[in-house]
Design a protein around this ligand. Structure first.
Ligand code: AMP
Length: 198
């Protein structure tokens, strides 16, 4: 079983979503805090990011935000977090967030969230790190994506041995438990290269 010091939570910057999605972000924050796990996030105070950070801070855990200078105004850089790391580029942001974290979770989100969770999934696939990754499938938000990923694995575009890298659960506690337990595939040239499909 893995232990986590900090988990990176990717989440929507949009404010145009129903209130219950903010409750989802708060539930994720409380779940991590109750297990003494700190939070790494995008550093903004808009959208689900703000709800997550505020709830985690209220629980008294460490909250580290990582935000590019350019987005400090756009995403209203959160001034109340334990540490706000201001970086120059998006790439630096993602790199720092990954470095600081032991696992990754995507809450419901848009382009940015999807891009971020898939990037760290590919880093696990390629052995750049050995950290588990999960989707919080609250309210079935990711149902269609999960169906698509299973389809991609059936067709061999996602190697079946790599499909478990991206876990999913609708429940925060269950998801964190899955991330603690999941057996990640070892980087294996044989899996990466073949065998040939039917
Ligand atoms: P979104 O899911 O589109 O609301 O974006 C969520 C977070 O991802 C926001 O903090 C965005 O700034 C961030 N984001 C958007 N695009 C990217 C990207 N290409 N790389 C890293 N972060 C991004």
């Amino acid at each position: 079983m893995r232990t986590f010091r900090r988990v990176c939570v990717y989440c929507a910057s949009s404010n145009q979503v129903a209130e219950h999605w903010r409750q989802t972000a708060r539930a994720m924050a409380r779940c991590l805090a109750q297990q003494g796990i700190g939070v790494v996030f995008g550093g903004g105070s808009v959208g689900l990011m703000g709800a997550l950070a505020d709830a985690a801070l209220a629980e008294g855990v460490e909250v580290i935000g990582v935000i590019p200078k350019k987005l400090m105004d756009l995403e209203l850089g959160h001034r109340g977090v334990t540490e706000l790391v201001v970086v120059d580029t998006m790439h630096e942001r993602k790199h720092r967030m990954a470095e600081l974290s032991d696992a990754f979770v995507a809450l419901p989100g848009g382009w940015g969230t999807l891009e971020e969770i898939f990037e760290v999934t590919t880093w696990t696939q390629l052995g750049y790190h050995e950290k588990p990754v999960g989707l919080l499938n609250a309210g079935g938000y990711y149902d269609h994506l999960i169906t698509f990923l299973d389809h991609a694995a059936e067709l061999g575009f996602i190697r079946p041995a790599h499909r478990p890298i991206l876990q999913a659960s609708a429940d925060p506690d269950e998801l964190v438990d899955q991330l603690r337990r999941v057996v990640l595939p070892q980087l294996d040239g044989a899996v990466l290269r073949g065998p040939a499909g039917p």
